[in-house]
Design a protein around this ligand. Structure first.
Ligand code: HC1
Ligand code: SF4
Length: 561
């Protein structure tokens, strides 16, 4: 607690951990490439350096605030210093900005503009290194790495995976996997969080856009889209609309204009997931099956269990994810000659997640020998595709998704935030659907703040113990406690990305607190305005079960691992 004078103005502080946070609180966007509030402080880039009243310069990210400090954030000396740092970084960096996939979304490029770096006086020649394109989710380009260490820390600290590290010293230093193995051969779970935190083009999304454009141009192909819950709240602000507002109707419109024959809503198959997963859960509870039941919709989490908790593999629900269920059902639907009309079906799924690209490749994502999901396009790629068309997205009218797979309940929408799957399961199990019941469920602890939430809900005379966690490092803590017998649960929901899919590895980067909160609220708002709240009250779901799904539930809706 105290006061700091920043550029002549007094600013009060309370428990801020460093000077940088107070500068930002004072409304000054102090530059940095390596500081992130959710990660440990590394202090490598020195761009956040400030000067005090005695002329001492120090990195504000690494300095604890002291009452009475007097600092300056924009002196002539600092401007020169920052410009020099950027020049030195650029000297060792390839400068193909116009063709770089991260162009327009690169923090180094932005800072070069901001500090008027129009010429690089130095040249630090480095031998060009090959790209790692082994992963279905991300591409690593070591030539664009600036050694900020964000990817190393996020992989270790937030995700508990830790497959990236620093190797060599001095100008030979670089980030790599152990023994420089291709990333696909490591325990990487494809979450894409390293790409979210990477400030340059060193880690980017492996893109499937070109293959999708080719399919759209082929008259013999029926191209079908499904759109995940979290995508709808992360597209609008790229086109000037308010952060977090659901723009599902505009997305449907723009996809139709691009040439998609059918646009379906993944909330529909999220409803299917809840139908199956709640039945599986009750069956395990009543018949002594493996408990806790672990949710299966997040592929990075499923891979994490395989890698780090193999004894719990059988605890993972056998349900396919909503992406998997939708694609399997759609492909089967169009296999019927009267629906297929002689065209091949290409299934494209629009997801906030890079790990969904890996899920689509898994052997259990095939039905009748055919791949269920042909291409996964992340929200970031969708925004790029919309920009390619030149369509004024913000001006588009809303269109409804297509039937018969375009309608989901509110319970399906809330999958997009952590706790959503569990809340939808509890809604399914509750006999009523009146306002008071829904509010009571929302307040049972499932929407509580925090990355690990524990609570219990009554069900037919028993207390169902639940844990909801997001971020794999948090999941690891939960699983270690379960493994040691310290904690017991009936149901555990994990989402690999903190706060759930709204913060997935394929979402637009640079989301601050305001964006995160707006996306969460956008999902809950979409639930509030939904006409049907529970999966079993979705008429499309009922008619599917009574119709062509009859007898095919196991084949189409479950994994056969
Ligand atoms: Fe998700 Fe899911 S919620 S995993 O976060 O279960 O990606 O949005 O589509 O499959 O529905 C992602 C989101 C998504 C699936 C659903
Ligand atoms: Fe680590 Fe996830 Fe990046 Fe893989 S994708 S390297 S697990 S942060």
């Amino acid at each position: 607690m105290g006061t700091i004078t920043i550029d002549g103005r007094k600013v009060e502080f309370t428990d801020e951990k460093n000077v940088l946070t107070i500068i930002r609180k004072a409304g000054i966007d102090i530059p940095t490439l390596c500081y992130h509030s959710e990660l440990s402080t590394f202090g490598a880039c020195r761009l956040c350096t400030v000067e005090d009243d005695r002329g001492r310069m120090f990195a504000s990210c690494s300095e604890e605030p002291r009452d009475g400090m007097v600092i300056y954030t924009n002196t002539g000396k600092l401007k020169k210093y920052r410009k020099l740092i950027i020049e030195l970084l650029l000297a060792a960096h390839c400068r193909d900005c116009t063709t770089c996939v991260k162009s327009g979304d690169c923090n180094l490029q932005t800072l070069a503009h901001r500090f008027n770096v129009t010429n690089v006086r130095f040249e630090n020649y480095k031998e060009k290194r090959p790209l790692d394109i082994s992963s279905p989710s991300i591409v690593r380009d070591p030539n664009k790495c600036i050694l900020c260490g964000n990817c190393v820390r996020v992989c270790e600290e937030l995700q508990g995976v830790g497959i990236l590290g620093f190797a060599n010293r001095g100008s030979d230093a670089m980030v790599m996997t152990a023994f420089e193995r291709p990333i696909a051969t490591t325990e990487c779970v494809n979450c894409g969080q390293c790409r979210v935190f990477c400030p340059t083009g060193a880690i980017s999304i492996k893109s499937d856009k070109d293959a999708v454009w080719d399919a759209l141009a082929d008259p013999n192909v029926r191209v079908v889209a499904q759109v995940a819950p979290a995508v709808r709240v992360a597209v609008g602000d790229a086109f000037g609309l308010p952060k977090g507002r659901s723009v599902m109707g505009k997305i449907v419109n723009v996809l139709h204009r691009m040439g998609f024959d059918e646009v379906y809503d993944t909330t529909f198959s999220a409803d299917l997931t809840i139908m199956e997963e709640s039945a599986e859960f009750l069956d395990r509870v009543k018949n002594g099956g493996k408990l806790p039941l672990l949710t299966s919709c997040c592929p990075a989490w499923v891979k994490f269990v395989d890698n780090q908790f193999p004894d719990f593999k059988e605890h993972v629900s056998t349900c396919r994810s909503p992406q998997g269920m939708m694609s399997a059902v759609v492909k089967e639907y169009f296999r019927e000659p009267e629906n297929g009309k002689g065209k091949t079906t290409v299934m494209v799924s629009f997801m906030p997640c890079t790990a969904k690209k890996m899920e689509a490749e898994r052997p259990d994502s095939y039905t009748k020998g055919e791949k269920d999901t042909d291409y996964v396009i992340t929200t970031t790629e969708l925004i790029e595709m919309i920009r390619t068309t030149g369509i004024y997205f913000a001006d588009l009218d809303s269109e409804a998704s297509d039937i018969p797979f375009g309608f989901g309940s509110g319970g399906g929408v809330i999958f997009g935030v952590t706790g959503g799957v569990t809340e939808a399961v509890i809604r399914r199990l509750a006999p009523d659907h009146d306002k008071a019941t829904l509010e009571e469920i929302a307040e049972c602890g499932v929407r509580r703040e925090g990355f690990i939430r524990e609570f219990s809900v009554p069900y037919e005379g028993m207390e169902i113990k639940v844990c909801v966690a997001s971020g794999l490092a948090n999941a690891k803590k939960v699983m270690e406690q379960v493994q040691s017998g310290e904690k017991e649960y009936h149901l555990i929901e994990i989402m690999a990305c903190r706060r759930g899919c709204i913060m997935g590895g394929g979402q637009p980067r640079l989301a601050g607190e305001r964006t995160k909160n707006a996306r969460t609220q956008g999902i809950y708002n979409a639930d509030s305005v939904s006409v049907v709240k529970k999966c079993n009250e979705n008429p499309m779901i009922t008619s599917l079960y009574e119709g062509f799904l009859k007898g095919k539930e196991h084949e189409l809706l479950h994994n056969h691992r």
